[in-house]
Ligand binder design. Structure first.
Ligand code: ADP
Length: 448
């Protein structure tokens, strides 16, 4: 089943035509209504009347997070305030929150793309969905909620956190679908195991996870622990919220369909802002094609990924690879640029290391240092009879742990080109998600 087969399978030439027409309309719409874009267009010599659509897109320059802050709170709105049906804020992972507004029409589209996404994640009308995304100003909770209702699911609006209650509801209401951040899904999987809850006590089949970067190692852990098929859902408030792209449950690991009829994606070089060759990694830039309250052209998401077409599959829309990190999560250590997710990739290839980690950057004198804190699999520690929290002294006393530490450090050096200190920890020593996003990076250097 597809939610909107006519659009999801629209042949590419027609999709391009639709995007082109919508982009021109969106450009004319903001030129008539938004002083920020009026000034920008005037400075770049752009006029909607002669704008040539997609082929001229790069002339529009970028819209950045700072533009939202400079126009706080309602300066980017294209409609009078009384036409705004809802306000949300970004969760403020990086800096001050930004405000976004939606008309009733925008909310309709929001629900449509979330409904499409949930079908791709495995949901079918009549199923029950436990929504553990935070309700409130964050777009995740309400975004998923209304899309799920539109699809005809029964929504359990539990919101994030309250692990006892989440587990109770999973057992009593027996939902088939869980929506949560991947780090919170890890917590739920772990608690089910710790409390000895039998697999039959829980009826989950699918999980749609997003709002933060995650990897195949986390997917495996969550799938095994919750007995689900877990897919990626991506979005950001500046453009809409969750449901901008979504992985299909039967095509897990091959990228997430990005709903191109409403959002036009580009990948650009993070230094030069120029388009990168097809399929290569860079910063995702998104333009809304149908928004009314707050249309945004060429938004610099800061998210690093790539785009490609996978013509052998169910839909015609472009696929987006996993987010490798945010451009502003990138650490520059002794001149080497790296993303914390590169450490995560190494973890997925190592036995006896669990997918909990934290990268900590510090500065001693003028020298940057990086430590990677990782948890050792519980089963290994049990085998070694180690029940007290691991310390470096304990690690040094156990050949196997010492070797594990050495192998990990060597892989980091070989793959990333940097020496990092590896600290092995026991299960539970690293912070867990309390229901929302979890950061894997701590940059404790004074000057960034
Ligand atoms: P904030 O920018 O304050 O975190 P948002 O809630 O709008 O506010 O978060 C959007 C950001 O969350 C995206 O730009 C991206 O960095 C991250 N994100 C969302 N979904 C995913 C996902 N599936 N994978 C990786 N990162 C994601």
């Amino acid at each position: 089943m597809l939610f909107n087969p006519a659009i999801e399978q629209l042949p590419l030439p027609q999709l391009r035509k639709l995007q082109n027409a919508r982009l021109r309309e969106q450009v004319a719409y903001v030129q008539a209504r938004v002083p920020f874009y009026q000034r920008k267009f005037a400075a770049a010599g752009i006029d909607a009347a002669t704008f040539r659509g997609l082929e001229a897109l790069t002339k529009l320059g970028f819209t950045k997070k700072t533009d939202f802050r400079d126009n706080y709170p309602f300066g980017l709105f294209a409609v009078p305030e009384h036409e705004v049906a809802r306000l949300h804020c970004s969760s403020g992972t990086t800096g001050k929150a930004t405000v976004v507004g939606y008309t009733a029409h925008d909310l309709e589209i929001f629900s449509e793309v979330v409904a499409r996404s949930l079908v791709a994640a495995g949901c079918r009308p009549g199923m029950k969905l436990q929504n553990a995304y935070g309700y409130g100003l964050f777009t995740g909770g309400l975004g998923i909620h209304y899309g799920a209702e539109k699809l005809g699911l029964t929504v359990i609006p539990v919101s994030g956190g309250s692990t006892d209650r989440q587990l109770q509801l999973l057992q009593d209401f027996r939902p088939e679908i869980l929506c949560a951040t991947p780090s919170y899904a890890q917590v739920l999987a772990e608690e089910i195991h710790r409390r000895g809850i039998a697999p039959e006590a829980i009826n989950l089949r699918y999980a749609a996870l997003g709002a933060e970067p995650w990897t195949e190692a986390i997917r495996q852990q969550v799938e095994a622990g919750l007995h689900v098929q877990a897919t990626n859902i991506y979005g950001l408030s500046e453009i809409l919220g969750p449901g901008i792209s979504q992985e299909d449950v039967d095509e897990r690991g091959t990228g997430s369909y990005l709903w191109e009829d409403h959002f036009y994606p580009e990948i650009v070089d993070r230094e030069t802002g120029e388009p990168v060759p097809a399929g290569e990694l860079g910063v995702l830039v998104l333009s809304t094609l149908t928004k009314k309250a707050m249309p945004i052209l060429r938004y610099w998401t800061g998210d690093i990924t790539n785009l490609y077409y996978d013509h052998s599959v169910k839909r015609t829309h472009v696929k987006m690879g996993p987010i490798r990190g945010r451009a502003d999560d990138m650490l520059i250590i002794r001149g080497v640029n790296f993303f914390p997710t590169q450490v995560e990739d190494i973890i997925s290839g190592l036995a006896h290391i669990s997918p909990y980690y934290q990268v900590v950057a510090t500065r001693r004198g003028s020298l940057d240092e990086v430590a990677v804190n990782v948890e050792v699999a519980e089963s290994l520690l049990r085998e070694l009879g180690l029940y007290a929290p691991l310390t470096d002294e304990l690690v040094q006393q156990h050949d196997y742990l010492r070797q594990l530490q050495g192998t990990f450090a060597k892989k980091i050096k070989d793959n990333i080109g940097l020496s990092m200190r590896v600290n092995l920890l026991s299960h539970g020593q690293l912070p867990r998600s309390e229901g929302g996003k979890l950061s894997h990076v701590q940059d404790l250097r004074e000057v960034k």
